[in-house]
Design a protein around this ligand. Structure first.
Ligand code: ASP
Length: 341
């Protein structure tokens, strides 16, 4: 049993899960409230932050990734559980996956119902997250998000409901696994991206195309010095003609332009002229990234040290040539073949 060999690190950052009956809950309270904690596993609690995740800064995401990296480097640490607000959980998860690319379990969890209220989902979610680390089988899947008994991969998950405990979804692909009171089941290998960087470049804009779009917002971002764009195009990959021309000029000027669809689920095939305009579909293997995940990936790619930074061509190869579970120009062990150790 792994518990005999080390400890699990819990990092508390705030969010709805930390709203307790008598004030904010700290890391030690999270551990206490989790039901079904296997008695033999030491779980160390650390109060990393006490914020609503809607207020998280890029600097805080960078320091969280540094903290997770330190935990990964500690031979005694079996894995990390991060309690986090649900509003931006998918963005922190995508950033940690792209920046740290962990092989040990890193599990984000939170709650849709405050821990002080009837129907609070936090205690079970924390217990499930700890079970995932302890059981070990999520190791090799990269960063995962565990809520409502489901295990979602960092680059696939989105928050799909504003209030329901069953809020998180992985779209058509479905979760990578689930947690029952007695087991952790993994059903498929998720897409991953092996970029790794300690910094996120903040000059990446996420822009949703709208009816009548003239590309004005994109132009403003470019004039403001943005080095990357994630464009949520329409339907299965359609882009209004004026926007294509602006994106063409942007990519010719060295700006990386990733595209995904503003429609949450389904495949995407970029309109041919958008492809020739240097717009790169944010599709890994057969899986399409959300705009939020694509932004974090591009921020990581552009945030890398100059000698590690990918060119537009390499990024394009990364997306177009990738297959789920085996992605990335750098051989960093970014595969998910070693499930369950
Ligand atoms: N406002 C909360 C947050 O920190 C929402 C939540 O945790 O569910 O994201």
């Amino acid at each position: 049993m792994q518990g005999a060999r080390g400890y699990i690190q819990l990092l508390a950052t705030g969010g709805t899960i930390s709203i307790g009956p008598d004030g904010p809950l700290r890391a030690k309270n999270m551990i206490k409230m989790a039901r079904r904690l296997p008695a033999e596993i030491p779980v160390r609690g650390e109060d990393f932050a006490t914020i609503h995740s809607s207020s998280i800064t890029i600097a805080q995401i960078e320091s969280l990734s540094a903290r997770v990296r330190t935990a990964m480097d500690d031979d005694h640490c079996l894995g990390v559980v991060i309690t986090h607000g649900t509003d931006t959980m998918e963005e922190t998860a995508a950033a940690l996956e792209s920046m740290v690319h962990p092989e040990k379990p890193v599990v984000l969890t939170g709650a849709m119902v405050p821990s002080k209220d009837r129907g609070a989902d936090g205690p079970d979610n924390v217990a499930d997250a700890i079970a995932c680390v302890n059981e070990g089988s999520v190791g090799g899947l990269g960063v995962v998000v565990v809520l409502h008994q489901r295990i979602h991969a960092a680059l696939e998950v989105t928050k799909g409901h504003t209030t329901c405990p069953d809020s998180f979804t992985s779209g058509d692909a479905g979760p990578v696994g689930w947690v029952t009171p007695s087991s952790v089941e993994i059903v498929r290998t998720p897409m991953r991206a092996a970029l790794t960087s300690t910094k996120l470049d903040q000059t990446v804009a996420l822009i949703r195309l709208v009816a009548g779009d003239t590309g004005r917002l994109i132009e403003l971002a470019l004039n403001d010095g943005y080095r990357g764009l994630v464009v949520e195009c329409m339907g299965a990959g359609n882009v209004p003609a004026p926007v294509i021309e602006i994106c063409r000029r942007a990519s010719e000027a060295g700006v990386i332009v990733l595209t995904t669809s503003r429609v949450p689920a389904g495949p995407m095939e970029l309109w041919p002229s958008a492809g020739t305009a240097g717009m790169i579909p944010a599709v890994l293997g057969k899986a399409r990234l959300s705009g939020l995940a694509a932004r974090m990936l591009l921020m990581t790619a552009l945030g890398a040290e100059p000698d590690q930074r990918l060119s537009g061509k390499q990024l394009s190869d990364l997306f177009i040539g990738a297959s789920p579970g085996k992605i990335g120009p750098m051989e960093q062990g970014g595969t998910t073949e070693s499930l369950g150790e």
